[in-house]
Design a protein around this ligand. Sequence first.
Ligand code: NDP
Length: 296
Amino acid sequence: MKILLFGKNGQVGWELNRLLPQLGEVVALGREQADLADADSLRQSIREYKPDVIVNAAAYTAVDKAEDQARQSMTINAEAPGIIAEEARGMGSLMIHYSTDYVFNGKSEQPYTEVDKPDPINVYGESKLAGEKAVQASGCHHLIFRTSWVYSSRGSNFYLTILRLASKMKEINIVSDQTGAPTWARLIAETTIEVLRSAIDEIAEGGFTSDLYHLTSRGKTSWYGFARQIIDNIKTGNGKSLSSVPVINPISSEEYPTAARRPANSSLDVSKIEKQYGLRLPEWDKSLLSFMQTVV
Ligand code: NDP
């Protein structure tokens, strides 16, 4: 089994790069080896290696910057996945791709299911939705996982931002009117591996169906709730210790204007992937605790 991974230095890509060797021989590429903005070299890297499985964990993830860099965001999040999918189709490979909770407008009061109609309200969400559609239209064997609020001990994420602010501020104001599910990058990678194992068997037996799944922790909270939980875990001795812990205050999105609008509710229903693959995804707060106990 030959596996080609794009985005090896990202939060999810880094975790995948540790786990994918369980399934086969892995070639992992970062931006230096394969720039997703360069269509020719992207095609070439795929044709050179002729992988059985292509995992695309690379993406343009700067949600606010994307508002001013729509072209770049579309190139990396929509066109590049389309090219990868086309190549996968040509060589009969399976493509694994990731998308986002931000494909939804956030007006629903319920967690979104895979059949709910996407309606992105920012450029990043639009570009990721276009990427999903390009992969689906290609006709390649594929699995698309929509995830949300990804954190890990590397890269740019909310957990690291809170730690940074907590080390220098006595009070931190955090938005409390956006709801979603914080998700550890390792959970995404581990679940991908489990699903991939089944998919490889299904392809060999001729029973594989390409599909889209929601893959996040269970449950939901606000950014404020997420920050509170990080601080509470630190207070109870789980996670990196701080000389003093800040007070977290809830504020509204209006009080914290950003370049990109964000959905009020972007919580995703994960029952489809759980049912299909016999999984039980962890609650977001339990998973956060495991993460913080692991990264100390
Ligand atoms: P990261 O931002 O941590 O990693 C993305 C990776 O893509 C980086 O290593 C980056 O390289 C690479 N990349 C960006 N542009 C290019 C390019 N032109 N050529 C090659 N590589 C490039 O993302 P995550 O791991 O958090 O995200 C994984 C997936 O999950 C993505 O599809 C994302 O859209 C999705 N997702 C993420 C969420 C989040 O909160 N982070 C929420 C919902 C979905 P470099 O290191 O050089 O910048």
